[in-house]
Ligand binder design. Sequence first.
Ligand SMILES: *Cc1c(COP(=O)(O)O)cnc(C)c1O
Length: 219
Amino acid sequence: MSTYKGRALGTIGHFGTISFHETKNYQCGEGGALLINDKNACKRAEIIQEKGTNRSQFIRGEVDKYTWRDVGSSYLLSEMNAAFLSVQLDNAEGIYEERMKAWNWYKTGLQQLETQRFITLPEIPNDCRHNAHMFYIKVQNLAERSKLMEYLKQNNIMAVSHYVPLHTSQAGLKYGAFVGEDLYTTPESEKLIRLPLYYGIEKEEVNHVVNHIQKFYQQ
Ligand SMILES: *Cc1c(COP(=O)(O)O)cnc(C)c1O
């Protein structure tokens, strides 16, 4: 449901992936989709996801028995997970609109704090349409973030940080590399707080969170 220069994300390039992990807008616990715009790669992917066999061709009646053809593993979504996901995809617009409403309530509700230069809010570039996956604010620095997160926690509001930049993680230090000097990535990531946003969140609940952030800065 998000686009870049009018093109749906996942359709730019030969391969695109979409996650259906439980934290995502459309989800079935675990799972995902691989989008391919090349017929041959598509055929091969079908075999790889079926444990390296051409069982899909067999099920469609294209061959009279199936066997191993390639490397592979069991990458199939179960029927139950697929059913759970399928109805969400049918209602994709509705779910999108609900999330977008909540996203905009936050954006409007917190505008004043941004004008007063206490926090910064997400800016969506003109070329992009986003899908309201998450709403975040940025505060001045790490110390302030810790204080605000603690304050929200004491008021039963779950607001969390986002991931550490991968190059600073244990595995990143081992396998990755940072090109140039880390002037922005780490400092910016330390300012970020994610606010509660889920399908069905109500306006009063968003206002409750907004009011507490305002109270924090009044103090
Ligand atoms: C998206 C996400 C995952 C899983 O992503 P996959 O691409 O489906 O592996 C796991 N944990 C969190 C918190 C996520 O946001």
